[in-house]
Design a protein. Structure first.
Length: 392
């Protein structure tokens, strides 16, 4: 159906050409030629060549003198009496002009072109479906592999998908091996940090005992330093515990959790304001989420005097804003503040700068819930922390 040669000039018997030159009309039994009268002595197409033998054969069939017939032929044959193939232009002198018999130009679009176009479109459609299937078969396991790699963290090792072509399976095995190595190293370092923080508690207790023997003025300063060290060690232990333990998620009303937290912190004397928002259900660990927002409120109060919480829902995401009236976040350092032991206050004084683990814990908890945290400085002044969590 889709094969075969393209449309071409049909062979034309030279007797029919002679009839057309004699009568000046196209014979009824012949198709694909046309007759015209011209006054010029020049005719013929650029790809056609003269043939005296062919001219003589046509002149003999008219009959007419040989010098009154002149023709140009695309394929001059070895046998001048055979049919004409390809295009041709043959003229017979008539008075001051010529009677011209030539092949008619083939139609631009024929049934052959239609069949060829239909075949190409059908082939393209089949190849497109096959390409879509192959691309989907390759891309789906790669997307699943990317999602699994994104969810990997301490205390959570999502299963690495092994489907797809051989190359994708080899990539999955390599990613899983790399993930295991990285997580083992991170867990080892975290465990070592937790062990050091835990073991330092014993010498600190002995130091506290000996500090009691110091004079009162020195004893008070030393006791304050020991309390600070204990607080820092406690923060380290909580950070490592939160980072290693996988949270147990359950459906909860995020708005109710924030309202309850705001009431508790306000009752403890913190200047906290909660703007009530819509009801929003998330999947999460209530204790971990309370700690996340507690850390943010404490930071807001420490650096910005007061804290304001509000939330909204859009496109299956719950967005919680924690704003303060402070100086905002240093330009270019917002991302660095999420690193452990990095403080926003440069004095290194725990009374004003904290332990440097608050925002690290916030990000760790948010990512464990599939969310994200961003630090912003409001145009009107003050800092803003934007927490986004997946919502139902």
């Amino acid at each position: 159906m889709f094969s075969g040669p393209p449309p071409w000039f049909r062979p034309t018997p030279i007797a029919r050409v002679a009839d057309a030159l004699r009568t000046g009309q196209v014979p009824e039994t012949v198709r694909g030629i046309e007759v015209a009268r011209i006054d010029e002595d020049r005719f013929g197409r650029s790809d056609e060549q003269p043939s005296a033998a062919r001219d003589a054969a046509i002149a003999a069939l008219i009959p007419a003198p040989a010098d009154e017939v002149q023709g140009f032929y695309q394929f001059p044959p070895h046998d001048p009496d055979s049919d004409l193939h390809g295009s041709f232009t043959v003229g017979r002198r008539a008075g001051d002009g010529w009677i011209i018999v030539s092949t008619a130009a083939p139609p631009t679009f024929t049934g052959w072109h239609l069949r060829r176009l239909a075949g190409m479109l059908l082939t393209l459609a089949v190849l497109s479906v096959l390409a879509w299937y192959v691309a989907r078969r390759i891309s789906r396991p790669i997307r699943e592999l990317a999602h699994a790699a994104t969810r990997a963290r301490l205390g959570a090792r999502p299963a690495i998908p092994r489907g797809g072509p051989r190359e994708v399976r080899e990539l999955a095995e390599a990613v899983e091996a790399m993930q295991d190595r990285i997580l083992q190293q991170a867990e080892g370092r975290t465990a070592m940090l937790a062990a050091i923080a835990h073991d330092l508690g014993t010498p600190l207790s002995r130091i506290a005992f000996w500090v009691e023997q110091l004079p009162e003025a020195a004893r008070d300063r030393a006791a304050a330093d020991i309390d600070e060290m204990r607080a820092m060690l406690g923060a380290v232990l909580r950070f490592t515990r939160d980072d290693r333990n996988q949270t147990q998620h359950a459906r909860l009303d995020l708005g109710s959790l924030i309202e309850s937290l705001g009431d508790d912190l306000a009752a403890a004397g913190m200047p906290v304001e909660v703007d009530f928002g819509p009801r929003v259900i998330v999947e999460g660990d209530p204790a971990a989420l309370r700690r996340l927002f507690t850390n943010l409120v404490e930071n807001a109060v420490r650096y910005g005097d007061r804290a304001r919480l509000c939330w909204s829902v859009s496109a299956n995401w719950a967005e919680v804003l924690v704003e303060d009236e402070g100086p905002g976040f240093p330009t270019g350092r917002a991302e660095a503040l999420f690193a452990p032991f990095v403080r926003g206050e440069a004095s290194r004084n725990r009374a004003t700068g904290g332990t440097g683990l608050g925002l690290a814990i916030v990000r760790s908890i948010a990512e464990a819930h599939g969310g994200e945290v961003a630090l912003e400085t409001r145009a009107a002044g003050g800092g803003r922390v934007r927490v986004r969590l997946p919502a139902e």
